[in-house]
Ligand binder design. Structure first.
Ligand code: SAH
Length: 466
């Protein structure tokens, strides 16, 4: 099976720097299931093509598997050596690992610049026909052409095979193209996967981070990628959705449940929360502030109004929320001086991100309860270890207070997307643990009207780096 990536970006031979493979050399890599060859059939300044050829050893593929269910012969005589399948994804990640991660020492800028690229796959088994190719690749901006191969050229009436030569074309980055191929090639091939385990979810999310959540076929892609393993599929979809929850319906949901006078209280609660966060950030003396999980930009608006803050960054995983924030803050109409103070950025708090470094203060308002507990661990390191602002102001609901909302059924969380809601003790013990581990000092403040027994509806932790 053969994957050919071509460009006519000038100089086209830059493709060699982007793939970390020299155009003049033929290189061979040993993989657990065979060998991969990389070579360039053409390498001129106006056009350059790199090929990844897999030489699959069908014996190596089954060695040690001890799985005789499919019959002995079937294990050795099959289409695996000839088609692009999950083996191709494995090869992409092992042979083009740096390119897949978007790294290039020599061409750092080009890594992020879309260039005209074509990927040709010979051949892709498409269970689902040409229509499926379009449903999957069109929304990602590719122009797709596909040629279906007959089962056997000598026997016309045997009809068509499920095998296609596929060509995808788009101006994009090499990293993005490889990420799409990495996730999507196995989606077309419904045969046995090279490997489907729990960490497959991580791989899917890592490679699909920026585009899968918004893809209209994300359900199909996830199901097929994970081979319909229900538990994995549910987990992956939940995480994708979690990351695209707009806070548009955040307070709405409690509002719907609440009686009118409670509605009033809930509305002002969010204002009180923002007021408390803003006061804490002001008091820290911060100039450069990042709002992590900024949603539709309510806090950003307050930050923008205060000239103490010279640089403001809003970050969220939901593109939809960012678009709403952009509109509400009227960023297009701000005078230049104001406009330069604020940036909105798409990103996930569960992945280390260098753009978050060097801020004086970070706000994390009503965000952590949207993270699955295992992802919370990633979040902790991303924020407190890598981004490491001097001040972190973080709020989360206080579960004890939920009894005060009569219309909230007992034991229910305030919002269907909340993965957890903590009591004051749970929050404080988590925050103390974080502070100790990452060398911060933390103080706590209730937010909203305090009741003797159950405390206030929201709770805030203020972390200062030691
Ligand atoms: N801070 C805002 C929004 C709170 S709602 C406010 O107080 O108004 C929670 C926000 O967290 C949503 O906008 C959601 O998209 C975002 N979010 C959830 N998971 C995230 C993640 N992993 N990375 C970044 N943002 C995330």
């Amino acid at each position: 099976m053969l994957l050919t990536i071509s460009t006519n970006h000038e100089p086209a031979t830059d493709l060699g720097y982007l793939l970390h493979k020299h155009p003049d050399r033929h290189q061979t890599f040993d993989l657990s299931f065979g060998r991969a060859h990389v070579f360039y059939p053409e390498a001129d300044t106006d056009r350059c093509s790199a090929c990844l050829l897999l030489d699959v050893d069908p014996v190596g593929l089954v060695r040690g598997k001890g799985n005789w269910k499919d019959g002995l012969l079937d294990q050795y005589v099959n289409d695996r050596p000839y088609v692009a399948s999950s083996l191709m994804s494995v090869a992409i990640s092992q042979v083009f690992g740096s390119a897949l991660a978007g790294r290039s020492r020599e061409r750092a800028e080009l890594v992020e610049t879309p260039i005209p690229l074509t990927a040709r796959i010979d051949v892709l088994p498409v269970r689902g026909g040409e229509d499926l190719l379009h449903r999957v690749f069109d929304p990602l901006g590719y122009s797709v052409s596909a040629t279906q191969h007959p089962l056997d050229e000598k026997f016309e009436d045997w009809g068509e095979s499920p095998y296609y030569s596929v060509e995808l074309e788009q101006a994009t980055t090499v990293a993005q193209l490889l990420q799409h191929l990495y996730v999507l090639i196995p989606v077309f091939d419904q045969r046995k996967h090279y490997y489907v385990g729990p960490d497959e979810v991580e791989k899917l999310l890592a490679k699909g981070e920026s585009w899968l959540a918004d893809h209209p076929e994300r359900g199909l892609i996830t199901r097929r990628y994970l081979k319909k393993r229900q538990s994995l599929v549910r987990q992956a979809l939940a995480r994708l959705v979690e990351e695209d929850v707009s806070n548009a319906d955040e307070d709405q949901e409690v509002d719907d449940l609440a009686a009118p006078e409670e509605k009033q209280r809930e509305l002002s609660l969010h204002e009180q929360r923002l007021g408390a966060v803003l006061a804490a950030i002001r008091a820290s003396g911060a100039k450069r502030v990042v709002d992590l999980g900024c949603g539709e930009g309510k806090l950003l608006r307050e930050l923008l109004a205060d000239h103490q803050f010279t640089e403001i960054l809003g970050m969220d995983v939901s593109v939809r929320s960012l678009e709403i924030a952009h509109r509400r803050l009227k960023l297009d109409r701000l005078p230049d001086m104001q406009r330069q103070r604020i940036t909105l950025m798409h990103g996930a708090l569960t992945y280390r991100d260098e753009r978050l470094a060097n801020f004086d203060a970070a706000a994390v308002v009503e965000v952590i309860e949207h993270l699955d507990p295992p992802r919370l661990i990633a979040f902790e390191r991303v924020v407190f270890e890598h981004a490491r602002p001097r001040t972190v102001v973080l709020t989360t609901p206080n579960r004890e207070y939920n009894v005060m909302w009569e219309s909230l059924p007992a034991g229910k969380v305030r919002h269907s997307d909340h993965r957890f809601e903590w009591t004051r003790e749970e929050f404080q013990s988590w925050a103390n643990r974080i502070a100790e581990r990452f060398n911060y000092i933390v103080r706590f403040l209730p937010v909203g009207p305090e009741e003797a027994e159950v405390g206030a509806p929201s709770q805030m932790g203020m972390f200062e780096a030691e």
